[in-house]
Write a protein that binds this ligand. Structure first.
Ligand code: NAG
Ligand code: NAG
Ligand code: NAG
Ligand code: NAG
Ligand code: NAG
Ligand code: NAG
Ligand code: NAG
Ligand code: NAG
Ligand code: NAG
Ligand code: NAG
Ligand code: NAG
Ligand code: NAG
Length: 738
């Protein structure tokens, strides 16, 4: 439990860490201080190696490390807590950095040379990363050098005091005269002392994203990775370490997230001495990156967050950090238009007439953004199904005889119900992919990822363009620009529907992702007024790298509202609900065949920043159609608090039949609670829904029993909801501070 003493310490320290004091160096002992977190490490003056001292709650001094009998096979380094472990001297744990040097030798000894403390945070060339000016963040850069191999490293730590967060990355420079290869690169590395920890990690698959598992960090490696070329549905480059007693709202928790879209690897290795080495970075199967003489390798950035207030505290730190210091889109802090996507309603069976008709139906539902999904392109290979046309981003003349502009003008000609603004238009693209049945592939068969004469394996009838090639990057930039210049397009859904298979070199994934960042950086810079949404067969690339460029991501292709609760709550462990795209779809659900009321589906979708409908309005049942206006009005009311409020998971669907979440507005004046009953059960009784994040002494009215209670009552006593005798019930409850 979180004692009152701990609270006092936190309050006293809050705000005390001004920019100037966030990083101090006493000799070569480094103290990084946040409002409720300290990160300490120092240079071992006898070896020049960096040693970890502390990462956790506030600690102000360096204390002598644990003593271990210096016998056995792991003298010195092997029993030290190391901050940036290389390989080859005593230490047989996994390294953060593994280099094959010019002569084939793989031993390294990177030793301290100098350091520098700067206010603010230098950007990482070509890579997405957290940003912030003086007063928001302070950066320590430690220079290391291996004088045997003639390789140097610059290790960077940026501390964001307000969020108890430290962002880490490093670069390796080849100072020699022959090529070297980076075989392994963990952007974050530290050694925890001998403490019992558990790992909470996401796992899943397509339409099953972000389930979470909690397991003991035992001797050996507790590890997971993606080898799909992207973050993937199967895992996500995020995990939390927690004490065995940590809960959602109490206890110590550390969160780690890689700001990267490609393959990755996450590991906690517990060694014989009980120390736990934490590594998060590139997947070594997809590394082996060549660095030429005089050139540097820049690692992606990893962000680590500490909270003494449980897993929820870690999540809220990530949400705020990412909204304020990662996602650079101007839409990040704006409410999002309510959209209708054509896919569920029309599929590939589209043309200008049928789409304009659908847009007209959208108008009557007070929709603000009409999205034209797949199927609009392809001339020689018309995209009438998923076996052809991908790569040929020219409107299909049979469907759009005069191109996109007159069609989009017709859509824009509708005005949003009860408003003078016009209906916006958005479009779907999947520019990193190609069907073999396409003009593009016929002309450029070498542009796809392939390995010599090996079979080019298809997924969904498509191949992956090698976005590492500059000509492919330029092609995507110019074709997407041409589409965007051809009509008044205000939103783009950028899809990506398969993983990478044939990589002819392990480093192809790294090169691809850098190329992708170049493309997206170019397009988002050029079209800052377009609302970009990422998608990858659902949440296959819901990652911090893309969140830097794009403010939102489609959360899952699974729109079954009951399944979605688990998926959205899991995603919220690290990514803000404001960045999630969530829609109401038709019932019976296409995937699960489940029937869930439109209110419940609406409530689940409203918990996300981007709310919409993905159905054919004509097929709504009368009782659904009549409920839609109230749902849309409620979504408008909820959206600002989802975009900028604090998010609390009250009860998780994995462990409760009565899951619930809560948002508290930035100014604390309002709170909205979403509560659910999955199954109706005779026994046991529903537990009280205990709220969080309120001011204990303030009084709040609620629209459940129309009473006014203190914050303490809501948080400690909780709300008892009279659930009807039915499955899949939901409530939306507003609290108003008096
Ligand atoms: C630096 O840290 C080491 C290791 O904890 C400690 O032994 C030493 O006294 C510290 N030096 C200073 C100046 O704080
Ligand atoms: C960043 O620092 C500036 C200057 O102190 C401050 O005005 C601004 O609010 C900070 N931004 C955030 C997001 O905290
Ligand atoms: C590298 O530096 C260490 C420590 O300064 C020194 O003892 C050693 O001789 C140097 N080795 C080479 C190859 O320069
Ligand atoms: C290695 O090369 C970089 C880039 O040229 C340079 O800044 C650095 O000083 C060099 N380091 C050493 C130890 O020579
Ligand atoms: C457009 O699609 C609708 C529905 O499939 C069809 O009835 C109509 O004939 C099509 N119009 C044109 C011009 O192709
Ligand atoms: C896909 O569309 C093409 C072109 O309209 C057509 O020839 C083909 O039969 C369709 N394939 C399938 C599987 O429907
Ligand atoms: C190419 O398109 C044709 C017609 O739709 C289809 O039968 C064939 O399977 C497609 N080939 C591939 C490789 O998708
Ligand atoms: C827009 O609507 C007006 C009024 O209904 C109509 O006169 C005009 O032709 C429409 N323009 C387009 C591009 O559809
Ligand atoms: C985008 O790329 C094009 C060509 O590929 C280039 O001309 C243009 O300057 C780039 N724009 C930005 C904003 O990077
Ligand atoms: C869902 O409702 C449809 C009627 O709209 C019904 O045919 C179907 O059996 C229901 N499915 C389930 C799983 O209850
Ligand atoms: C639009 O305005 C009409 C008339 O004032 C009102 O009845 C209706 O509820 C409004 N609809 C929405 C979605 O605001
Ligand atoms: C609370 O007030 C609303 C609006 O006045 C009313 O519809 C609802 O029935 C009331 N609920 C209770 C439990 O009194």
């Amino acid at each position: 439990m979180f004692g009152s003493q701990g609270f006092l310490v936190l309050t006293l320290l809050a705000g005390a860490v001004a920019g100037q004091d966030a990083i101090t160096a006493t000799g070569t002992n480094f103290t990084l201080s946040a409002d409720g977190m300290s990160y300490l490490f120092h240079v071992d003056t006898s070896s020049g190696d960096l040693l970890s001292d502390h990462f956790g709650g506030p600690a102000t001094e360096f204390t002598p490390p644990a003593t271990i009998l210096p016998y056995g096979w792991h003298e010195t380094q092997g029993n030290l807590r190391r901050e940036f472990p290389d390989i080859g001297h005593y230490d047989s744990r996994l390294p953060a950095i593994h280099i094959e040097h010019a002569d084939g030798d793989t031993v390294s000894a990177l030793r301290y040379q100098s350091h520098d403390i700067v206010q603010g945070k230098p950007s990482l060339p070509g890579l997405p990363a957290t940003y912030g000016g003086a007063g928001n963040v302070t950066t320590l850069i430690v220079q290391l050098y291996d004088n045997v191999s003639d390789v140097s490293a610059a290790l960077s730590y940026s501390i964001f005091p307000k969020y108890n967060a430290v962002a880490r990355s490093f670069s390796i420079t080849n100072n020699g005269s022959n090529d070297i290869r980076i075989e392994r690169a963990a952007s974050f590395s530290t050694d925890f002392p001998n403490v019992d920890l558990e790992m909470i990690e996401p796992h899943g698959d397509w339409s099953h994203e972000f389930n979470t598992v909690r397991r003991k960090v035992d001797y050996g490696e507790t590890t997971f990775r993606s080898t799909e070329g992207y973050a993937s549905h199967v895992h996500n480059p995020f995990f939390a370490l927690v004490s065995p007693t940590t809960t959602e709202s109490t206890g110590e928790a550390w969160g780690f997230n890689l700001v990267w879209t490609g393959s990755f690897q996450a590991t906690a290795e517990r060694f014989s001495n009980g120390y736990v080495r934490v590594l998060l970075g590139l997947n070594s199967l997809h590394t082996s990156i060549k660095v030429q003489p005089g050139k540097s390798f820049q690692s992606p950035e990893a962000v680590a967050v500490y909270s003494s207030k449980g897993i929820g505290g870690v999540s809220r730190s990530f949400h705020d950090l990412y909204r304020n210091h990662l996602s650079r889109s101007k839409f990040t802090h704006e409410t999002r238009p309510i959209l209708l996507n054509s896919w569920e309603g029309l599929g590939f069976n589209i043309n200008q007439t049928s789409l304009v008709k659908l847009a007209g139906e959208a108008e009557e539902l007070a929709i603000e953004l009409f999205v034209n999904d797949d199927g609009w392109f392809g001339v020689e290979y018309p995209r009438n199904n998923d076996s052809l046309g991908l790569g040929d981003w020219t409107p299909n003349p049979a469907k759009f005889p005069d191109g996109l502009r007159p069609y989009v003008d017709q859509v824009n000609n509708f005005s949003v119900l009860n408003s003078s603004t016009s209906l916006q238009f958005g479009i779907w693209v999947e520019p990193e992919m190609v069907n073999p049945n396409s003009t593009l592939y016929r002309e450029h068969p070498d542009w796809v990822l392939h390995a010599g004469k090996h079979q080019r394996t298809l997924t969904r009838n498509q191949l992956v363009l090698n976005v590492g090639l500059p000509e492919v990057q330029d092609f995507i930039i110019s074709t997407v620009s041409r589409v965007l210049d051809s009509a008044n397009i205000q939103y783009v859904k950028w899809d990506n529907n398969r993983g990478m298979h044939e990589l002819s070199r392990p480093s192809d994934d790294y090169t691809y992702i850098l190329g992708l960042y170049r493309v997206i950086d170019n397009l988002t810079t050029r079209y800052p007024n377009v609302l970009w949404e990422g998608c990858a067969s659902g949440g296959g690339r819901f990652d911090a790298g893309l969140l830097y460029y794009w403010p939102q991501h489609w959360t899952s292709d699974n729109t079954d509202a009951a399944n979605r609760l688990t998926i959205q709550m899991g995603t919220s462990f690290v990514y803000p609900p404001s960045a999630m795209g969530c829609h109401i779809s038709a019932i019976p659900n296409g995937l699960t065949k489940r029937n869930i009321s439109i209110e419940y589906r609406g409530h689940v979708a409203m918990m996300c920043g981007s709310f919409g409908l993905e159905l054919n309005p004509e097929e709504l049942k009368p009782e659904e159609a009549s409920a839609v206006p109230a749902i849309i009005a409620e979504a408008h009311r909820v959206n600002p608090i989802v975009i900028s409020g604090d998010f609390y998971r009250l009860a998780h669907p994995d462990s409760s039949n009565w899951p619930g979440v809560q948002f508290v507005s930035e100014d604390g004046s309002q709170s909205v609670v979403f509560a659910f009953q999955q199954m109706y059960v005779v026994k046991p009784a529903p537990p009280p829904l205990r709220l969080q994040g309120l001011d204990a002494k303030a009084r709040y009215s609620n629209n459940l029993d129309n009473a006014t209670y203190s914050g303490a009552t809501y948080m400690n006593g909780g709300l008892n909801i009279a659930w009807p005798r039915a499955d899949y019930q939901s409530k939306l409850i507003w609290l108003q501070k008096q």
